[in-house]
Design a protein around this ligand. Structure first.
Ligand code: LAN
Length: 643
């Protein structure tokens, strides 16, 4: 435990946070390269060489690239990474690129790509706009009250489709170059001039069709296709203005970081076309390096500007829970200062105009400058501050914690649960119109077990410190949501970590914090579920296939992170002294290296059911936390006072 603590101490940044690699997806770097190319720029030599190395390092044995570093090849990411390598200067006869072409040409080449790939290609002039499903910017001019107004979409989805709508409405396209002409010859199994673009709209390779296009979506696309032929020029101009204003709003609210890497790149391209060399372009270019990650295998675009707040809040909880606070006071003090510095203290500018929920009091996933606070990030930060309080290390005044609690309360949904950044705005049926092909659940920000549990726990911790706080009813409704969402097999499905072990850990800790007792059938079923999935060697292992297939899928070996979540859940259900927990604890202990670390393993983070993402601190935070909880209940048993 002391060695694990020292690893955390050694890896802390001077600002008190933990900051690491937040990579995994393989569609981000090529979007960055393509975006810069449209802007007539190239990455500096060090970034270019690092990216070349990284792109090459993650080519699959079959010649393609996966949606993320661990997944099987998709046409989307294979074509985009191929194009990125070419734009970065690799020749078409390069061996890796020949293998890539041999993989994607039989699958239709660019025609087989899922929709976002085609969009980026259209921007480069490598795919005709007629071959895209329409993205009319006029949608933003519809009355806000309509259930399908874009402002009702999940913020990540609407912030990607906002610049896409502007670029689509303008049929924006990179300046022609000889290289682009060559690429048009390389990406298709037939001559470019012979492509049937109308038919291309409906085409998507089986590898890329995770979420099949519904009949509803196809019908809407047909209607929008007609609209594209007859649309009014004046209305389009107004719609483009509206989009540009909203893009400006997003840029200003996020100090040009933007909510994520995709709209970061697309917004920069928009400004390059709307006001070439203008102040907006400069401001965007200054903040682009925030997304770059220099890692042992090269350079890549991270999935967010960082995961610092999230990792720091968990590191604090792990250190305190594992009884290491005394030996880590300086570390915790620095972490406390980071938490203090990163709380969002004001609402975003013109919040209502920009369809933004009030932000004051919340914490984001990364840094305050990012400007988009999140329900569970706020909750984990509140929990961490309240743990630091008795140690004399909390720096956030209670008036500000009360604002954080107010922010959490403002986000509770009618169903009693919590979504990510906002209250649920759109009806569930909007998911039937998901046009992304490769992702699921991107349309609506609806309640999640993880966010709900975190918020309930934060409210409980707050009400213990402030018995006068009026949070009993929100807590009860949150607990009820958790109870209702248990599956018949005793588990909960996670959405942001892999997968049932993650969801079940959150649900059970929330319910137990809320007073549920060990004998409760809900907890008994959860424990039985986990015991049924324990491996011969005492470990647990879950893979991203669990998320994709929506059933528990074991990996070939045990995972320390999965085992930690399972172990913490068993302890919380009152089974800390069970044989299962002892065997899990023994496996976890034996797996720690002499350097205090747990060896690397597959990615434990996920989004939108399909894409894996790497959480750099999970292997430093969860194993010691789980082990200490397990040891603690072992001691209770040894003293003869346990269950
Ligand atoms: C994240 C990162 C943080 C994560 C948690 C806070 C851990 C989670 O509990 C709630 C959801 C959230 C905020 C989350 C949502 C999806 C994100 C933003 C990401 C996984 C980081 C990258 C991903 C984003 C959607 C990637 C871009 C792709 C699109 C489909 C738009």
């Amino acid at each position: 435990m002391a060695r694990a603590r020292d690893v955390l101490r050694r890896t802390q940044e001077v600002d008190g946070s933990w900051k690491g690699d937040y990579g995994g997806p393989l569609f981000l770097s090529p979007m960055y390269v393509a975006g810069l190319y449209v802007m007539g720029r190239a990455p500096e030599a060090r970034v270019r060489d690092g990216m070349l190395a990284h792109l090459r390092a993650h080519q699959n044995a079959d010649g393609g690239w996966g949606l993320d570093e661990e997944s099987p090849s998709l046409v989307f990411t294979t074509v985009l990474n191929y194009v990125a390598l070419r734009l970065l200067g690799v020749a078409a006869h390069d061996g890796d690129l020949l293998r890539a072409r041999a993989w994607f040409l039989p699958r239709g080449g660019a025609l087989g790509s899922s929709s976002w790939g085609k969009f980026i290609l259209a921007l480069l002039g490598l795919y005709a706009y007629d071959g895209l499903a329409p993205l009319p910017p006029e949608a933003w001019l519809l009355p806000r009250a309509l259930p399908f107004h874009p402002s009702r979409l999940w913020c990540h989805c609407r912030m990607v489709y906002l610049p896409m709508g502007w670029l689509y409405g303008r049929r924006a396209r990179a300046a022609e170059t000889p290289l682009l002409a060559e690429l048009r010859r390389e990406l298709y199994p037939m001559p470019y001039a012979e492509v049937d673009w109308e038919a291309a709209r409906a085409r998507v390779a089986p590898s890329d069709a995770y979420t099949p296009r519904s009949v509803w979506l196809r019908a809407v696309n047909r209607v929008l296709g007609l609209h594209e032929r007859i649309h009014s020029k004046r209305l389009r101009a107004r719609a483009l203005d509206e989009c540009l204003e909203l893009i400006r709003g997003e840029d200003e609210a996020t100090h040009h970081l933007c909510i994520g890497p995709i709209n970061k790149v697309l917004n920069a391209v928009v400004w390059h076309l709307a006001r070439p060399e203008g102040p907006e372009v400069r401001a965007h270019l200054e903040r682009l390096p925030d997304y770059l990650q220099h890692c042992p295998d090269g350079v890549k675009l991270n999935g967010y500007n960082s995961s610092q707040l999230w990792d720091t809040a968990f590191a604090v909880q792990s250190l305190v829970a594992s009884g290491q606070a005394d030996g880590a006071r300086d570390t915790l003090a620095r972490a406390g200062r980071f938490l203090e510095a990163e709380q969002v203290l004001e609402d975003s500018p013109c919040a209502a105009r920009n369809h933004r929920h009030p932000s004051r009091g919340g914490w984001p996933f990364s840094t305050r400058a990012h400007g988009w606070p999140i329900s569970d990030c706020t909750a984990e930060a509140v929990k961490a501050c309240l743990l630091l309080e008795p140690l004399g290390l909390n720096r956030v005044p209670h008036a500000r914690l009360a604002q954080a609690v107010g922010f959490i309360l403002s986000l509770q949904n009618r169903d009693g649960g919590w979504a990510t950044y906002e209250r649920q705005r759109g009806p569930r049926w909007l998911e039937r119109f998901n046009p992304s092909d490769v992702f699921a659940d991107i349309m609506v920000d609806a309640s999640f077990v993880e966010c709900t549990s975190a918020c309930v726990q934060a409210l409980l911790a707050w009400s213990r410190a402030h018995p006068e706080a009026r949070v009993a009813r929100p807590i009860a409704r949150g607990l009820d949501f958790l109870r209702r969402t248990q599956r018949a097999d005793g588990s909960w499905e996670g959405s942001w970590g892999v997968c049932f072990s993650y969801g079940t850990w959150f649900a059970v800790t929330g319910l137990v914090a809320g007073g549920m007792k060990p004998g409760d059938p809900v907890l008994r079923r959860a424990a039985a579920f986990l015991q049924a999935h324990q491996r011969e060697d005492g470990s647990w292992s879950e893979t991203i296939q669990s998320c994709r297939e929506r059933r528990w899928v074991d990996g070939p070996t045990g995972h320390a992170v999965t085992t930690s979540w399972a172990l913490m859940t068993l302890v919380a259900t009152g089974n800390g002294d069970s044989v299962a927990a002892q065997r899990g604890g023994a496996w976890l202990r034996a797996r720690q290296g002499a350097d205090g670390r747990w060896p690397p393993e597959p990615m434990a983070g996920v989004f939108n059911r399909s894409c894996a993402i790497h959480y750099d601190t999970y292997l430093r935070v969860f194993p010691p936390w789980a082990l200490s909880l397990a040891m603690h209940s072992d001691c209770i048993r040894a003293a003869g006072v346990g269950s």
